[in-house]
Design a protein around this ligand. Structure first.
Ligand SMILES: [Fe+2]
Length: 375
């Protein structure tokens, strides 16, 4: 992004907000306050957190203004307040929540008016609109977490725009009739990470060369049919939301009972399931470096986040920015990296260098499997 206009930022902020509100449009206040899963926040917390994060960065930090609700911000701190306790916090709800979101947005646009966000601005938060890009990405990423929770709401219908994103990414990832199943990537040095310009998170930087030996990687993600064969053969567990119905398997997300389509890519597999499948198939999961090096030659990216064998670690020369809690505190061998993006990921977030991470046993995430092997 070489030049960014304030009008474009205001427009993108309002589009992101429309998407957020469209997701909750069919729900009532009681549903927004319901805890559907111990590993996911009630939607009211997500909404307040989206607005509070916006107030913290776009109103208080860069605008120098006082918070609208005093100490409220501490209940929306994701690190201080683990998901299992979020329902007990004195967070905003119902009408108060809706007006807080609107009030913050009004102040945000007011502050934006007076900001200089050119390429030569000294403050790295403002230069080329970094902090605004960060906030947009934050809201859109929370849309995906909200969609994870919405899978647990019986009878929930996706907004039309989101439903068409789902269908488009699903058909792009189907591989039923493709004869070439793996692509080869030659040995050599590959550039990994995000370059100096344009928006990226701290964990994607710096851009650095990595030496890779030759490998092969699946051209398409693993199908439900292949995963079913693995289950029958190895006694492996079904992905999340799958339920047996006589001879059939059905998908029970959003309270439906849709027969599993053997040609669709598998969704909601944990890292443990993905790793197990890859071994059973005589392959392995790709490292995140391999995934990124192969990205320009891969089809079907974007229906499900693709598990890699890599732990979530800092790149050499990593510097935390703009705050340690975004990525640095998660580095280590506890989390595995996922790459690509899912049907629920906004295109603004799904760049090739983007690193997602989750625990190996988790499968609420819209995750799929793609295998690799040494060439
Ligand atoms: Fe957040």
């Amino acid at each position: 992004m070489s030049s960014v206009s304030k009008a474009a930022i205001a427009e993108a902020l309002s589009e992101a907000r429309e998407r957020t509100l469209a997701l909750i449009e069919p729900l009532d206040d009681e549903q927004l306050n319901t805890v559907y899963s111990p590993i996911l926040s009630p939607l009211a917390w997500d909404l307040g957190h989206i607005a509070n994060f916006e107030e913290l960065w776009l109103v208080q930090t860069i605008g120098g203004r006082e918070p609208l609700h005093g100490e409220l911000g501490r209940f929306y701190d994701a690190i201080e307040n683990p998901r299992r306790i979020r329902d007990e916090l004195p967070i905003l709800r119902d009408e108060e929540l809706r007006s807080y979101m609107a009030d913050v947005r009004e102040r945000t646009l007011d502050v934006l008016e007076g900001m200089d966000i050119g390429a030569d601005v000294e403050d790295p938060l403002l230069r080329e609109g970094f902090v605004y890009e960060m906030l947009l990405a934050h809201e859109l990423q929370h849309n995906e977490t909200m969609l994870q929770l919405l899978q647990l709401v019986d009878g929930y219908e996706l907004p039309t725009a989101v439903a068409s994103e789902l269908n488009a990414s699903k058909s792009a990832a189907q591989n039923a009739t493709v004869p070439v199943k793996m692509v080869t990537v030659e040995a050599g040095e590959h550039q990994i990470g995000a370059g100096g310009r344009g928006f990226a998170y701290d964990n994607e930087r710096p851009l650095h060369g990595v030496e890779l030996t030759a490998f092969e990687i699946d051209r398409y993600p693993v199908t439900n049919g292949a995963y079913l064969t693995y289950m029958n053969d190895a006694g492996a567990e079904a992905p999340l939301y799958w339920e047996r119905d006589g001879d059939l398997w059905v998908d029970t997300a959003r309270g439906r009972r849709t027969p599993i389509d053997p040609f669709d890519p598998v969704l909601h597999a944990s890292w443990e399931q993905a790793d197990g499948f890859a071994r059973w198939a005589g392959k392995r999961l790709p490292t995140e470096h391999e995934w990124e090096a192969a990205r320009p030659r891969l089809d079907g990216v974007g229906y499900g986040w693709e598990w890699t064998s890599s732990d979530f670690l800092a790149y050499p020369g990593f510097e935390a920015f703009p705050y340690r809690e975004y990525s640095e505190v998660f580095f280590g061998d506890e989390y595995k990296v996922l790459r690509g993006g899912s049907w629920a990921t906004h295109p603004r977030v799904a760049r090739s260098s983007f690193r997602n991470w989750d625990l190996p046993r988790r499968n609420q995430i819209f995750s799929t499997i793609r295998c690799a092997r040494d060439a």
